[in-house]
Design a protein around this ligand. Structure first.
Ligand code: ADP
Ligand code: GN1
Ligand code: MG
Length: 368
């Protein structure tokens, strides 16, 4: 995959100093292609993150990168004012030599970020403290976005978390059955279709104004926050492609769907996939620690619902992609998206069983 790109030439188009050393695949994202770029400046080796942006999905990369520039410039300023280290606590865009925040080689778009070293993006919660810290970081990030002038932002993926539209896309995928897989996934299809009313539950509250639309991150899984290897504290929130109008109920929910499962998102053995109410409590504690004072009552009352919704939505997205022939989420094995859909549906049924307990935990920490 990496041999496809001339990294030496690509890196020479960015404001990175020194000599090219190497550029290797890095991380576990499903959307962009991420590489660790190594440059040598004198005796010093300097690391960068280089990404090939998925321009099939993000059709206007210049505007996408303008969003990221605006948000990261704002975040850096706030971090500096608070006496922090902007190069470490925020993503930092390294511009191309032509001054753009990206480089286009005639076919592909690339971007470069400062590498945030001595930190880890965890694929599962290995230490509950990390999960608590990620909650505080995402809560603080929501507070940061609340201070940002939303009118400056472009909406890169309209209807991204419109679960009603996601449900319709699944129905379409079942109808088209492009690669003949529907007959083998009847149980999963039935599970998804049986919950049609669920798909409208938050969308309708956003439409009525009961839940306020805010600028949110929209992809708040644990591997989109970096945890400091030395202190176990969250260092920076990353993966800012999906910043756009949304609800914190979804941001909260996406963290829960990913982190409250001791197994991987693509675990094949469903007996290992269980919803952890103890981790849920950890996250609620951290999120409300950061957000009490700004979160509305309606938002707080819909956090647990947001968790079920995001898990269900992600499950139907994975299932639809499996039926469509795996055209959206990058896969590493046959049936990968089906395995992912199954873990999500297992978590949905677990959460349905302890929904009252989830709401009681939110009430315990909500200071409204
Ligand atoms: P995707 O949109 O494909 O998920 P991400 O931007 O989340 O891509 O990057 C993928 C992974 O690369 C992250 O989970 C993290 O491990 C790593 N990563 C991304 N940006 C940085 C950075 N600035 N410093 C260190 N690691 C990073
Ligand atoms: C994708 O880019 P990444 O891997 O952080 C996806 C999210 C899904 C997630 C499932 C832009 O996130 O919406 O919840 O996979 N991002 C996009 O793991 O579609
Ligand atoms: Mg990511």
């Amino acid at each position: 995959m990496s041999a496809l790109y001339d990294f030496k030439k690509i890196s020479s188009n960015f404001n990175v100093g020194g000599e090219f050393v190497s550029c290797e695949p890095y991380g576990e994202g499903h959307i962009n292609q991420t590489f660790l770029l190594l440059m040598k400046e004198g005796e010093r080796e300097v690391k960068y993150i280089l990404q090939r942006i998925n321009s099939t999905l993000f059709t206007d990369v210049p505007r996408l990168m303008q969003n990221i520039k605006l948000v990261t410039d704002f975040a850096r300023e706030q971090i500096a004012l608070a006496g922090g280290n902007p190069d470490r606590e925020s993503l930092t865009v390294i511009s191309a030599k032509d001054g753009n925040a990206y480089y286009f080689d005639g076919e592909n778009y690339f971007r470069v970020y400062i590498f945030i070293d001595d930190s880890t993006a965890y694929q599962v919660v290995e230490n509950p403290k990390h999960f608590y810290e990620s909650a505080v970081a995402f809560g603080n990030f929501a507070n940061l976005l609340a201070k940002f002038d939303a009118s400056k932002l472009y909406e890169p993926l309209p209807n991204f978390h419109n679960t009603v539209k996601r449900f319709e896309a699944l129905e379409q995928a079942i109808k088209e059955d492009k690669v003949g897989r529907a007959k083998d996934v009847k149980a999963e299809i039935e599970f998804a279709l049986a919950r049609k009313e669920l798909s409208a539950k938050i969308v309708s509250k956003l439409e009525s104004g009961e839940i306020p639309l805010k600028v949110t991150h929209n992809d708040t899984k644990l591997n989109n926050v970096l945890i400091d290897n030395a202190t176990d504290k969250a260092v920076a929130v990353i993966d800012l492609d999906t910043i756009m109008p949304g609800t914190i109920c979804y941001d909260f929910g996406d963290s829960i769907r990913f982190g409250c499962n001791p197994a991987a998102e693509d675990e094949k053995d469903l007996s290992k996939v269980n919803f952890s109410i103890a981790l849920f409590e950890e996250y609620v504690k951290g999120y409300l620690f950061a957000l009490n004072g700004t979160i509305t009552k309606a938002e707080a009352q819909n956090l647990a619902l947001g968790a079920i919704m995001m898990t269900y939505e992600c499950g139907i997205r994975f299932l639809a992609d499996h039926l469509n022939g795996d055209t959206y989420f990058r896969i590493k094995r046959e049936g990968h998206n089906l395995d992912r859909a199954r873990t999500q549906f297992k978590l949905v049924s677990d959460m349905e069983k302890c929904f009252d307990e989830m709401n009681a935990i939110v009430n315990k920490y909500y200071a409204g």
